[in-house]
Design a protein around this ligand. Structure first.
Ligand code: BTN
Length: 251
């Protein structure tokens, strides 16, 4: 099945600050559901928790999709999990041994066995009252890099490093758009519980002992569940259950 709505309307830029910012401005001007912004390089690529996303030209896919899901804002968080599943589908299509990391990283195994970050997702939402105006799904995938930028050299990997294949950005984009559209359609059609169920089936997170760090918090304990809204339920060592939406997960 080929992608239809996603990427049908698109803007391709040789250089921009952040495709998420371009897509958000375009969404405010009325960009349709599925509109796509892709850039060869970003000068201010952003990651989660205020981090930078290194975006060297010719080495990765830097893209943002405008989505207009017909759901209330409080139902939106698991959409990120659907995006993670789409990344997993696409990476596996290319032969990568890929794994989900909550909430929205994709890791992959290098030939030496080390598991490193292959892709990241930055989801940003604009609401008006109880309505979603738009969701911007920003995705960065390392494709061609043999050596990753210094700042992430020990923690990141690329499709080239994990598959040994030289993949064209257009091919990665087309495969990912198809996967994104399928996972998005399933999320809207069947509801978030189905997406969360599939996400849990693809991960070994539940039952593991982890530390979750955010800007102002840190919790260590056992993951009891990922609930139907996509929140992580973590029981800390004092027996307190925390319901968490974001953070950096460490083993
Ligand atoms: C993360 O892992 O922290 C999320 C990284 C998201 C990076 C992508 S690259 C395209 C889009 N534009 C941005 O500025 N960020 C996202």
């Amino acid at each position: 099945m080929t992608s239809t709505a996603f990427g049908h309307t698109r803007r391709g830029l040789s250089e921009t600050s952040s495709t998420n910012d371009v897509a958000a401005a375009w969404a405010r001007e009325g960009a349709p559901h599925g509109a796509l912004v892709v850039a060869d390089t970003q000068t201010k690529g952003r990651g989660r928790q205020g981090r930078a996303w290194q975006s060297p030209a010719g080495e990765g896919l830097y893209m943002s999709l405008v989505l207009r899901p017909p759901i209330p804002p409080m139902a939106a968080p698991p959409l990120t999990l659907a995006v993670g599943l789409a990344l997993l589908d696409a990476a596996r299509t290319f032969g990568a041994s890929a794994h989900l990391k909550w909430p929205n990283d994709l890791l992959a195994d290098e030939p030496g066995g080390e598991r490193r970050k292959l892709a990241g997702v930055l989801t940003e939402m604009a609401t008006s009252g109880m309505r979603i105006e738009h969701v911007i799904v920003g995705i960065g995938i390392n494709i061609a890099a043999e050596r990753l930028p210094e700042a992430v050299a020990s923690s990141a990997t690329s499709l080239w490093r994990v598959t040994g294949r030289s993949l064209a950005r257009a091919e990665v984009l087309a495969t990912l758009l198809t996967a994104l559209e399928q996972r998005y359609d399933q999320f809207v059609r069947e509801g978030s519980a189905a997406t969360v169920r599939e996400w849990k089936r693809e991960s070994d997170l539940v039952g593991r002992r982890v530390t979750l760090r955010g800007n102002d918090m840190s919790h260590t304990g056992i993951v009891e569940d990922l609930d139907d809204e996509g929140a992580l339920r973590l029981r800390d060592d004092a027996g307190v259950i925390h319901r968490l939406w974001a953070g950096d997960l460490q083993p």
